[in-house]
Design a protein around this ligand. Structure first.
Ligand SMILES: NC(=O)c1ccc[n+]([C@@H]2O[C@H](COP(=O)([O-])OP(=O)(O)OC[C@H]3O[C@@H](n4cnc5c(N)ncnc54)[C@H](O)[C@@H]3O)[C@@H](O)[C@H]2O)c1
Ligand SMILES: [Zn+2]
Length: 343
């Protein structure tokens, strides 16, 4: 069964009226402690707080150890519950730590970013980065509740908002041209709060429908990896070299590169490829990619969890609303990386 998604903090107080725990622990980072914790305090019982540092580089085994040690120090037991209050980094690592602590304790996600609400908190994938590779260690574990309240987004930085548009555009591309058009009409910066809430709600509905049918990522859920084979490689590459590239920014690059492959080697219409370039330009300033070491990116792609027996299976768009899985060659990847470097 997949986790119920409820909108509004009321769902939190209702949950705790009907469930009792020996202790409640909140996991958050310095930003969500400052901006989000005050908003949820009145909806949850007395709690202890575990504070970790924000950022992808902290989605690590070292942080897990700190979280597990804090749980032990705080005398958490098997009937404790962990509330993950934050973006995708917090829900990924918090979900993983909860799912493995004492063989698994209950947890709730309260996503506080657009990516967290529309994507990361939904579907039960938890995990951390390991040995320089994204999401290498993790589990499929469902939260008891996912509580989304849009008031949390007020304090989210503009760069984070824009980066998140790539996951929303990915959902839209997979749903069809009508949805994709919404993202081509103007830059994401110009979306009103109401428009952002609407696309998040659509993303939640879309992702929930896929993971309900394929919770363990064996077939149709695979489409959500669109843009992620090359996107994750860029993200890991930047992470290893100490440069900042947000997850959503990496996925935007991945979408562009993978659409290049879909158009150059397969049937994706030229217009859809052009739309992708237009969308990228509308929202992002491309980072410097010329000095990138292609071999490193290639080896990162080969370590991706989507690679079976050295065959790189990539989700490619055939047209908006239609996708397929194709084995990709190293030459095609090189061509795509070259295209992005020179674009
Ligand atoms: N499990 C999944 O299915 C899944 C899906 C998509 C993405 N992800 C993961 O999610 C992560 C990216 O998530 P993200 O973009 O939310 O990043 P994030 O968790 O790093 O949050 C982005 C930044 O915003 C800050 N922040 C969060 N909420 C805030 C708020 N309301 N106000 C002010 N600041 C706030 C955070 O402290 C952080 O600095 C990646 O690690 C990615 O791999 C997982
Ligand atoms: Zn993603």
């Amino acid at each position: 069964m997949i986790a119920p998604v409820k909108f509004g903090f009321k769902a939190l107080s209702q949950f705790f009226k009907t469930h009792s725990y020996t202790s409640v622990i909140v996991l958050a980072d310095e930003n969500t402690i400052k901006h989000c914790l005050p908003l949820i305090k009145s909806s949850i019982p007395a709690f202890t707080l575990i504070r970790i540092k924000s950022g992808e580089k902290n989605k690590s085994l070292q942080t897990c150890e700190f979280i597990w040690q804090s749980l032990i120090k705080g005398k958490a037991d098997r009937n404790s519950i962990l509330i993950n209050l934050g973006g995708g980094v917090i829900t990924d690592i918090g979900g993983f730590c909860a799912s493995s602590f004492m063989r698994g304790i209950d947890f709730i996600h309260i996503p506080t970013t657009i990516i967290g609400m529309a994507d990361a908190s939904i579907g039960g994938k938890t995990g951390i980065d390991f040995n320089g590779f994204k999401n290498m260690i993790g589990s499929f574990s469902q939260a008891r509740l996912i509580c989304i309240d849009f008031s949390l987004l007020k304090t989210l930085a503009q760069r984070q908002k824009v980066a998140a548009s790539s996951e929303l555009f990915k959902h839209a591309l997979l749903q069809g041209s009508k949805e994709a058009k919404i993202h081509l009409s103007k830059s994401f910066k110009e979306f009103s709060n109401k428009e952002i809430e609407n696309v998040i709600k659509k993303g939640v509905k879309f992702k929930t429908s896929l993971v309900t049918l394929d919770s363990k990522d064996k077939n149709i859920r695979a489409q959500l990896n669109l843009g992620h084979t090359l996107g994750h490689a860029y993200e890991s590459y930047f992470l290893q070299s100490g440069r900042t590239l947000l997850h959503g920014e990496a996925i935007a690059l991945g979408l562009l590169a993978e659409t290049f492959i879909a158009h150059t080697y397969y049937q994706l219409p030229y217009q859809t490829f052009l739309n992708m370039v237009f969308w990228y330009d509308l929202n992002f300033i491309k980072p410097q990619l010329r000095q990138i070491n292609f071999n490193s990116i290639e080896s990162l792609v080969l370590k991706d969890k989507k690679v079976n027996k050295s065959e790189i299976n990539m989700v490619l768009l055939e047209e908006e609303g239609k996708w397929k899985l194709e084995p990709i060659t190293k030459t095609q990847i090189r061509e795509a990386l070259n295209f992005l470097a020179g674009f």
